[in-house]
Design a binder for this molecule. Structure first.
Ligand code: HEC
Ligand code: HEC
Length: 256
């Protein structure tokens, strides 16, 4: 048959195009900025100071000393606090009296690294961004600790809730493991901070593991693909779905 011959001639180039070109375009487009993060830390501090002068100095003052009635001192809050407040989009606040809440970050990853480096440079004793070690975590112990220490404010499922002072404990479902551990250690806003005496490193990691489980507990099953979102899922559809269709159509063409 002429038609099937023509289709067969088109099948191989089409297969190559979908299997090679499309995924490499998708893959190549995403992690580009990560590679460029290799700067010297002095350069990072300098770049961070520049961003600080335009976006933070009005409330936190020159050198991070704070401004009465506008913003607290940042000396000694460390990379942990700066990374939490910037990566959850809480800072910069639009106005001093506005309540902090999670938003889309105002800066990209590289700029956040730079501002965090600058804030950390204000006091070498400030706490660094905490490391999370989920391999050593015990999820069921984390569940116990969560119900004991966190559920009173954030709810048993982590959905958040009203606090007695008119404040709001936010849902914790969107927090990354690092942000979760940062919140535990720094105690943002009216949340208490949990020192290593109250929650050891292993306990804190277990709480993080459990809280992550809560965040993903309502998924519909199937392979989560590392929760990478639509790009890896689309990739699997291209590679798996289309690949199978193409192979099947070539095979059908051959057998006739
Ligand atoms: C309009 C004023 C305002 C601006 C602009 C602002 N902040 Fe803040 N910032 C505040 C206030 C008020 C708080 C205290 C909020 C709270 O604790 O709920 C705060 C808290 C913080 C904290 C937590 C400090 C601690 O005790 O742990 C950090 C870190 C921070 N800001 C960093 C920044 C950075 C970095 C920028 C610039 C990108 C910035 N802020 C811009 C007003 C501001
Ligand atoms: C007394 C109430 C209270 C307790 C107890 C408490 N939190 Fe919080 N938590 C808060 C409040 C209030 C905020 C919001 C702070 C802000 O935005 O300034 C918060 C913020 C957070 C965030 C940031 C959420 C986001 O997506 O931005 C995380 C994560 C978090 N808490 C985890 C925990 C964990 C884990 C525990 C237990 C170890 C805990 N909290 C215990 C009140 C509480």
């Amino acid at each position: 048959m002429r038609i099937s011959l023509r289709i067969r001639r088109l099948v191989l180039p089409a297969a190559l195009l979908t299997l090679v070109v499309v995924p490499s375009v998708i893959l190549g487009a995403t992690p580009a900025h990560r590679a460029s993060a290799q700067e010297t830390s002095a350069a990072q501090v300098a770049a961070g100071e520049g961003l600080y002068q335009t976006s933070c100095v009005s409330c936190h003052g020159v050198g991070g000393v704070g401004v009465a009635g506008k913003g607290p001192s940042l000396i000694g809050v460390g990379a942990a606090s700066a990374d939490f407040y910037l990566s959850t989009g809480r800072m910069p606040l639009p106005a001093p009296e506005i309540r902090t809440r999670r938003k889309r970050p105002a800066f990209d990853e590289q700029q956040i690294t730079q501002i965090v480096a600058y804030v950390a440079s204000l006091d070498p004793n400030g706490p660094p961004i905490p490391a999370v070690n989920l391999a050593a975590a015990d999820e069921s112990r984390g569940g116990e600790l969560f119900r004991l220490n966190c559920a009173s404010c954030h709810g048993f499922a982590g959905g958040g809730g009203a606090l007695s002072d008119g404040n709001q404990a936010p849902p914790i479902w969107d927090a990354t493991p690092t942000q979760m551990k940062e919140a535990i250690r720094i105690g943002p806003g009216t949340m208490p901070e949990f020192s290593e005496k109250q929650l050891t490193e292993e306990d804190a990691d277990s709480v993080v593991a459990y809280a992550e489980y809560l965040g993903n507990a309502n998924n519909r099953g199937g392979a989560p693909l590392d929760y990478g979102g639509p790009i890896p899922e689309g990739l699997v559809a291209w590679l798996g779905g289309l690949g199978v269709l193409i192979v099947a159509s070539v095979w059908i063409g051959r057998t006739r």
